[in-house]
Ligand binder design. Structure first.
Ligand SMILES: C[S@@+](CC[C@H](N)C(=O)[O-])C[C@H]1O[C@@H](n2cnc3c(N)ncnc32)[C@H](O)[C@@H]1O
Length: 200
């Protein structure tokens, strides 16, 4: 029997205590604890960033004078208390708008791209999983132009039977794919994080 879905779980409470905007912060912190991908003085792009807890974690690690960019289809409250967070309200599928915005910031490439992207679920598992693949393929397109060669993309993926449609393009472009399900992911979720390290 699966456990009932509890919204106010310990991570939710801890997020409130630590002023994180969402419990997702702990997923990125666990990934960071294991892979040590984020480093001070990195430029980082976070896609699917609202309400902004990944951005809070990232901004703290990279330091207040290093650029952090958050993109989401939803509006993100800009009051982070970090001067280095830049925000774009846009869909990841609007590639030209994303490119134009990044150019206005004067950034050529990012040292890391993170994503926790997810759309509202339909309840039809296969449909939700395929939507996740499409979103992540769009992020790989952005990464092809804006990730500094040799560096890392972190993707959140709803894993299902079509997952090879995402794994194949990742393996064509990246040297190493590591998969992780942080403890802070809900038990019943199909979500995993893919850590993709670039092929040189
Ligand atoms: C789980 S939330 C991200 C939580 C965030 N990482 C945090 O720590 O606060 C997933 C986000 O993906 C965004 N999203 C879904 N479809 C998108 C799209 N086509 N383009 C950009 N963002 C999208 C949603 O609006 C939502 O805010």
């Amino acid at each position: 029997m699966t456990r009932p879905y509890i919204i106010q779980d310990p991570y939710f409470k801890k997020a409130k205590e630590l002023w994180y905007r969402a419990r997702s912060a702990f997923k990125l912190l666990e990934i960071q604890d294991k892979y040590k991908i984020l480093q001070p003085r990195m430029k980082v792009l976070d896609v699917g960033a609202a309400p902004g807890s990944f951005l809070q974690v990232i901004a703290k690690i990279v330091g207040s004078s290093w650029m952090v960019v958050g993109i989401d289809i939803q509006k993100i409250d800009p009051n982070f208390g970090f001067p280095n967070i830049h925000l774009l309200q846009e869909s990841v599928f609007e590639y030209d708008a994303i490119r134009a915005y990044i150019k206005t910031l004067g950034v050529e490439q990012f040292d890391c791209i993170t994503s926790d992207i997810a759309t509202s679920t339909t309840g039809i598992t296969g449909v939700d999983q395929y939507k996740s693949i499409e979103l992540n393929l769009a992020i790989l397109d952005v990464a092809r132009e804006f990730l500094r060669p040799g560096w890392t993309v972190i993707l959140k993926v709803f894993v299902g039977e079509d997952i090879l449609d995402l794994i194949h393009p990742i393996k064509a472009q990246y040297k190493k794919l590591s998969r992780m399900k942080p403890k802070s992911c809900r038990d019943r979720s199909f979500e995993e994080y893919f850590i993709c390290q670039w092929k040189m």
